[in-house]
Ligand binder design. Sequence first.
Ligand code: HEM
Length: 124
Amino acid sequence: MKGGRQLAHLHIASWVLALALVGMVTTFARSKNRKATKITHIILRVVFLLILYSGGSLFASYENYDGLIILKLLVGLWAIAAMEIATVKYVKQKPAVVWWVQLLIAVSLALLLGFGFLPMGVLP
Ligand code: HEM
């Protein structure tokens, strides 16, 4: 199994940054700073591309695909979708609890699969 620690480091750095940016977007939205909200949200979407690039490259470096790695990919995509939809709904002041809960579940599952079960990267 090929792949690289550098890709895993980029992957971890990108989703940590994405979660921090979600916090910033909601903070700016709450303080009604429309310009900062918009700019931070654009940066967040660029970081989504970094998660997809690093995750996709890690995925592509697998030689054979079992259920766990497919599940990890799907859970990762779910986490990104939940981050985007929860943030958009929050900025538009629409009810978003369902998406914040999904974000919590998806990120927890991604951490469990990535750090707990799947072999590449920093852990296990
Ligand atoms: C917010 C979303 C995501 C989170 C929180 C997340 C979390 C993680 C974590 C914690 C690891 C283990 C890193 C390590 O051991 O060094 C990992 C590895 C991985 N992730 Fe993600 N990920 C996310 C999105 C994605 C996406 C969108 C994809 C696919 C396009 C993806 C594909 C992978 C792959 C293939 C690995 C390597 C698995 C292995 O360790 O063998 N991830 N991810």
